[in-house]
Design a protein around this ligand. Structure first.
Ligand code: FES
Length: 137
């Protein structure tokens, strides 16, 4: 699939999807830790999943350590299969980092590499039990 990112005065284009600038769309995403604890968060369509939790969040220790630069794997998330099929393809850079992420699953992605889509409203995304910063290996 051809991936591209274009900016114009009125629209951002992510692949085949169009989001009107200035018309922020908010959805709800549920993060589920390995122990079953769930955290419901508002999310802005067009942002990334990592931005929702951020960096140095006490509820998610260690998450987002590289602050979205696709180099640590601490934002490893496991997406529902139907959503995994809709998000942008994994780049070689993301693949290299995911290869070292603990508990890798078939629908694993890095939160900093996945754009938030309207179809994610109500999605339950799982966090692995082990969060590892691969830069410390
Ligand atoms: S925040 Fe480090 S890889 Fe995503």
């Amino acid at each position: 699939m051809l991936q591209f990112l274009l900016f114009s005065k009125d629209f951002r284009v992510y692949g085949e999807r169009f989001y009107a600038e200035g018309k922020t769309q908010w959805i709800t995403i549920i993060f589920e830790k390995a122990d079953g604890t769930q955290f419901k968060r508002k999310a802005k369509v067009g942002g990334t999943l990592q931005e929702i939790i951020g960096q140095n969040n006490p509820e998610f220790p260690g998450y987002g350590a590289c602050d979205g630069t696709v180099s640590c794997s601490t934002c490893h998330l496991i997406l529902p299969e139907d959503i995994f099929d809709k998000v942008e393809l994994i780049t070689d850079e993301e693949q290299d980092v995911l290869d070292y992420a603990p508990e890798r699953a078939p629908t694993s992605r890095l939160g900093c590499a996945v754009s938030i889509l309207p179809e994610m409203d109500g999605m339950i995304v799982k966090l692995p039990a082990v969060i590892k910063d691969i830069r410390e290996s």
